[in-house]
Design a protein around this ligand. Structure first.
Ligand SMILES: [Fe+2]
Ligand SMILES: [Fe+2]
Length: 380
């Protein structure tokens, strides 16, 4: 065999670097066609670099619900992606790849969800470049996107760029008989003016979560008034689904897994027959019920938080401690099946484990029925 017939073999590192180059070239001028190219490249690059398991394809919604008894079938579905914490790409490209993976997951759902909720913390330090990069990637979703703000998006310029890109941070809409409300639950009382902080210092303080300097998150009085007004003409029998970045209850204050005026917001929601709250921020499988309100946390695409040492709701079936040596363990995205009464079945699409479904009936019966199957992987 002559040497000219020997195929040129690129090393893993060379292929990885070339694919990374093309990923970021594509991101610079992102349209749908180049996205498909670069996101496939991202998958290949991640596998080539040994940083990811081969992509587990997302369960089609119909398969996820097939064969499970108990109650009605969901009337419609929406998907969620949350807490991507994008840095500028030269600082951290792993989080970019992980958001692209979630976009691929959702785009491969069949049937497509009615919309995609983005759960907040798109950026890490609220920079224009981070938010713009995230907005560009999310444009590649086939289904319409509903945005929610997180504290990492907000405290550099107090939401200025976020509002320019995505519109108002609190809003409501109606969809197939359900009233949806999106809240900005991570406002803070001014801790920065008296301390003469720069915007960057303010942002870093909030991003630190467990420090004594910042205030607790809150929806705040003006927005609670707005919420009351928004709900005024809605009958109590109308299904209500609320999106908030922080959990709308008090879980663990030292980590700001907490909304300071949670009880006041719950009081506004109390007269409705069925209320579901979906939140980001906690980066883990998290389930709670308080009175008529069912709460579900969303997974992050960036990193999983450990469970709080105190205050974990009794109805939470834990996802186990993720493997610290596997950058994708404990991460994921998911879908939400909305029943005609507005209560939801929540599917956690964990990238490295079996999907975990938390059904409305599990919460309605206070854990007596349809207990979710806990992940079988060992805890680390
Ligand atoms: Fe987050
Ligand atoms: Fe957050």
């Amino acid at each position: 065999m002559s040497s000219s017939k020997i195929p040129h073999i690129k090393s893993v590192e060379t292929r990885y670097l070339q694919e990374r180059e093309s990923l970021f070239r594509g991101l610079g001028s992102l349209d749908r066609r180049s996205f498909l190219k670069v996101s496939t490249g991202a998958a290949a690059a991640a596998v080539a670099a040994g940083v990811s398991y081969p992509f587990q394809s997302f369960l089609p919604i119909n398969v996820a619900y097939a064969g499970e008894g108990g109650g009605t079938r969901p009337g419609f579905n929406f998907a969620y992606i949350s807490d991507s914490h994008l840095y500028v790409k030269k600082t951290n490209e792993r989080f970019v790849r992980q958001l692209l993976r979630a976009v691929d997951d959702v785009n491969s759902l069949d049937p497509q969800p009615d919309f995609v909720l983005y759960g907040g913390d798109l950026a890490q330090l609220g920079r224009r470049e981070e938010l713009d990069l995230g907005a560009q990637i999310l444009k590649s979703l086939k289904a319409p996107v509903r945005m929610m703000a997180g504290e990492h998006d907000w405290f550099l310029d107090m939401g200025h760029r976020w509002n320019e890109l995505f519109g108002p941070e609190s809003y409501s809409f109606d969809h197939k008989g359900v009233h949806f409300v999106v809240l900005m639950s991570v406002h803070e009382k001014d801790f920065w003016t008296a301390r003469n902080m720069t915007p960057a210092q303010r942002m870093h303080t909030v991003a630190g979560l467990d420090n004594a300097v910042q205030s607790a998150f809150e929806v705040g009085a003006p927005q609670r008034e707005w919420l009351k007004k928004d709900l005024e003409k809605i009958p109590a029998s109308t299904p209500l689904i609320v999106f908030s970045h922080s959990p709308l209850y008090k879980l663990y204050r030292p980590w700001n897994f907490w909304t300071d005026d949670a009880e006041e917001v719950q009081a506004v929601l109390k007269r409705f027959d069925h209320v579901t709250v979906l939140h980001g921020h906690t980066h883990q499988v998290l389930t709670n019920r308080i009175g008529n309100i069912q709460f579900h946390g969303m997974l992050s695409t960036a990193w999983p938080w450990p469970y709080a040492p105190q205050g974990l709701p009794a109805l939470t079936v834990q996802m186990n401690r993720p493997n610290p040596f596997d950058a994708n363990d404990g991460l994921g995205d998911g879908t939400v099946g909305v029943h005609p009464d507005g209560l939801v079945d929540k599917l956690y699409n964990l990238w490295n484990r079996n999907p975990l479904q938390v059904k409305a009936s599990y919460l309605s019966t206070s854990g007596q029925q349809d207990t979710p199957t806990a992940p079988t992987l060992a805890s680390y």
